[in-house]
Design a protein around this ligand. Structure first.
Ligand code: PMP
Length: 441
């Protein structure tokens, strides 16, 4: 239906004004500022199940899930209790604790890896895995794919996705994706189009002997959702024949698309894997792992240095343990997530069709992006053609109707186990009304 008055957001607006005076852009991570979609961000008071409750008291159906971690829904009792129990014993030791061993045992068993090292973010995980690959191979060059995002380490901010696509107004073509990244450093990162097996083969033929690692998102979330073709997956496996290590960045997809991540689902075998998000159950955890012969290059066992004051933090380990145990226990969860999200995809396609809005929905498991435009989206170049003004109008229409979608065309949304029939119906009815707005954007 038509909305006659916009929701009152004066408390959020006032907080944003205060925030902008003391925090760059008013936020601690760029996409949160709503630059790409207009309007000012909602400040969140608390979160429960499938909902965020903002400071002005609006309950919003949440499709961000803290950008991935909250696969069980917000404030899940098992996770909350595990954190409380750990909290009673103190918050940080800087010395080994039993929960680190338990989480490492669980992660290596579920993902069929041999050893894992915990860090405190996805950025640290990919940065450390690349250092390890360089240390193992004695080579300097790395390969990444256009529009993939692997955190904000210098060498990875080259043609990067996620917030770099959303706030890229001051960048020239071919430059690193951020000011402050030395050109000499960016020159060590070679970039290939995702889902371009010939391009990858050609680069490996030419420079394969100099390449330490090829890092990739096994399903891309950070250009919007892109799904790797079988031919591209085969080309990824071929990089190993050049002595380069294959690094799967499962920070977003790990434990989300299956207990063995996107690689398990799609039959990909990497040498090293990076995790984040779900592995910490909403607290700051990242990890990287692989075969013992590789991981034993990491200090103090080996010569590749990597450390962290809060690494293996007991509260964070407790949250990760409770989350992964719940995922393992609830066998039907991944099927329910797929059922909900594919129904959402079908409903969006139908609603867009009725409204005469060209829409391409990419969906796999509980990840989904609705690209505003015509034609298949399998490469970054296709995603980049999306109608971002129409998306922004649609996003605002959803938010005004209580649906908190990802505030950028170039992001995945995330469905949780707490999303049910009621949320699906409300989302689709909001989406229908919002498509009518996007047509006139
Ligand atoms: N890799 C991927 C695939 C990601 O999606 C992200 C974050 N969205 C990162 C790495 C970086 O993780 P963090 O934000 O925890 O540093």
């Amino acid at each position: 239906g038509t909305v006659t008055s916009l929701p009152q957001t004066s408390i959020s607006d006032t907080l944003f004004e205060r925030a902008k005076k003391v925090i760059p852009g008013g936020v601690n991570s760029p996409v949160r500022a709503f630059r790409a979609v207009g309007g000012s961000p909602r400040f969140i008071e608390r979160a429960e199940g499938a909902y965020l409750i903002d400071k002005d008291g609006h309950a919003l159906i949440d499709y961000i899930g803290s950008w991935g971690p909250m696969i069980l829904g917000h404030n899940h009792p098992a996770v909350r209790e595990a954190i409380s129990e750990a909290l009673a014993g103190g918050t940080s030791f800087g010395a080994p604790n039993e929960r680190e061993v338990e989480l490492a045992e669980l992660v290596t068993r579920l993902t069929k890896t041999e050893k894992v090292r915990f860090v405190s973010s996805g950025t640290e995980a990919t940065m450390s895995a690349l250092r390890l690959a360089r240390g193992v191979t004695g080579r300097d060059l790395i390969v990444k794919f256009r529009g993939n995002y692997h955190g904000h380490a210098d060498g990875l901010l080259v043609e990067a996705g996620s917030g770099l696509l959303t706030n890229a107004e001051h960048l020239g073509a071919g430059a690193p994706s951020s000011a402050g990244v030395p050109a000499a450093y960016a020159a060590l990162t070679l970039v290939v189009e995702y889902n371009d097996p010939e391009g990858l083969d050609a680069l490996m033929q030419l420079r394969g002997h100099e390449i330490a690692a090829v890092i990739f998102e096994p399903v891309v979330g950070n250009a919007g959702v892109l799904i790797p073709t079988p031919e591209f997956r085969a080309a990824l496996h071929r990089v190993k024949s050049h002595g380069a290590l294959l690094i799967a960045d499962e920070v977003m997809t790990g434990f989300r698309l299956s207990l063995r991540g996107a690689c398990g689902l799609l039959g990909l075998q990497s040498d090293l894997t990076c995790w984040g998000k779900i592995i910490g159950g909403g607290l700051p955890v990242g990890a990287y792992g692989g075969r013992a012969e590789l991981m034993d290059f990491v200090s103090p066992q080996g010569p590749v240095y990597q450390a962290g004051t809060l690494s293996g933090n007991p509260l964070a380990m407790a949250a990760g343990l409770a989350t992964l145990r719940e995922l393992e226990r609830d066998e039907g969860l991944y099927v329910r997530l797929e059922t909900y999200t594919s129904a959402l995809a079908d409903g969006l396609r139908a609603a867009a069709g009725e409204a005469g809005v060209p829409l391409q929905v990419n969906q796999i498991g509980s990840m989904l992006t609705a690209f505003f435009g015509d034609g298949e989206v399998s490469r970054f170049a296709h995603a980049a053609q999306a109608d971002t003004a129409a998306f922004a109008a649609w996003f605002r229409g959803l938010l005004e109707r209580g649906v908190y979608w990802a505030p950028s065309q170039f992001e995945s949304i995330f469905v949780s186990g707490a999303h049910g029939e009621r949320e699906l119906e409300s989302t689709l009815s909001a989406a229908r009304a919002a498509f009518a707005l996007s047509r006139t954007a």
